[in-house]
Design a protein around this ligand. Structure first.
Ligand code: COI
Length: 351
């Protein structure tokens, strides 16, 4: 547990309603908050008890497996401040379940769903003053699970650390309400039977080059194709993709190379409830180029319209704006998250 003086500081800090942040300028860069949560366990054992501790650097051996073989996964979820000042999470148990799946794939122990959700709640409460005012953003919660013990060979670590830190954020693609996306033709994100379907830390740095090159050319992001055929749509650098044709909304099926997004899953349910036909299927790039509308979903991006896709030098534009399907789905999702729309599914959890 935090020491008495730390607890006093925590109480004092939490008595101020808001931290000193320019809430109108929030982007998606880390802003250090007051506390983080840390829990450790040895290989072959279960996580037992974690603590809140002041946010700061952590100590790791240079031979920790997270630094050497990339034995690590992460999650992302958000805490929202409602108009009545209540703070809620959105489907945090789904992140716990996904972390458990990823941990199994990466040979790591994982916290139970209860431990995960409880730790997220504790961390959000300790950092309450960093949860932006309603309509100004959210508190992004980043749980990490890593091999913190030493190994020099290709073996799992003898010790693991589960850590949660937070940062107030605005929308990921700040000001970019209609993304200008290029289909990546050289690099692939995930291979069949690889780790593309879990949130492995090692899935992200290998795509930096493609994203950086695309941004240099003025694109907002890249869309990856499947590694086996190079013909089918998979996902963007950090979010899932949907296409709309008439009343049918399609998204790539999860065949192990696509991240099972919590927002993806929620949008599918909202779309079905709104009388759209939803298909999870293999989507050839030709279907993408022939769509009426394209949008992407993720915790960081929420639901973001795609205004254009460029593939093999050909640029196609899509419907965007308030009458678009994506904007209607966005309004419903954020309405549920912010308590403006009845949460019939029981997705929101108060901290
Ligand atoms: C999220 O949407 O939470 C993600 O994990 C994307 C992140 C890499 C920014």
């Amino acid at each position: 547990m935090a020491s008495t003086s730390e607890q006093t500081t925590c109480e004092t800090m939490n008595s101020e309603k808001y931290a000193d942040v320019n809430w109108d300028e929030l982007g998606f860069s880390p802003i250090p908050t007051d506390y983080m949560f840390v829990m450790k366990c040895s290989e072959g054992e279960n996580f037992l008890q974690g603590n809140l501790t002041p946010f700061g650097n952590i100590e790791l051996s240079p031979s920790a497996t997270i630094l050497n073989t990339g034995q690590g996964i992460f999650e992302g979820l958000k805490a929202y401040r409602r108009e009545d000042d209540r703070i809620t999470l959105f489907r945090p148990e789904q992140n716990a379940i996904r972390m458990k799946m990823g941990a199994e794939r990466m040979c790591m122990p994982s916290p139970s769903t209860e431990q995960f959700v409880d730790a997220v709640k504790q961390t959000v409460l300790a950092n309450k003053r960093w949860v932006p005012p309603p309509g100004k953003g959210s508190l992004y919660v980043r749980p990490l699970l890593m091999g913190s013990g030493s190994a020099i060979g290709v073996v799992p670590a003898p010790e693991y650390t589960f850590l949660i830190y937070t940062s107030p954020v605005g929308n990921y693609y700040k000001g970019d309400t209609s993304l200008n996306v290029i289909v990546e033709e050289k690099f692939r994100r995930a291979i069949p039977s690889g780790a593309g379907g879990v949130k492995a830390i090692t899935n992200y740095a290998p795509i930096f080059q493609a994203v950086t090159q695309a941004k240099t050319k003025g694109f907002s992001d890249v869309l990856f194709l499947d590694a086996k055929t190079g013909r089918n749509v998979e996902e963007l650098s950090l979010c899932n993709i949907f296409i709309v044709k008439g009343n049918v909304i399609s998204t790539p099926a999860m065949l192990g190379t696509i991240l099972p997004g919590v927002t993806r899953k929620s949008i599918i349910d909202i779309a079905l409830d709104s009388c759209y036909q939803v298909e999870e299927r293999v989507i050839p790039v030709e279907d993408l180029m022939d769509a009426d509308e394209v949008f992407c979903t993720g915790t960081a991006v929420v639901v973001n319209s795609v205004g254009s896709i460029t593939y093999q030098g050909k640029r196609v534009e899509y419907k965007t704006g308030v009458e678009s399907v994506s904007q209607k789905l966005y309004a419903t999702l954020t309405g549920i998250q912010m308590g403006r729309i009845e949460d019939k599914m029981g997705w929101t959890v108060e901290v």
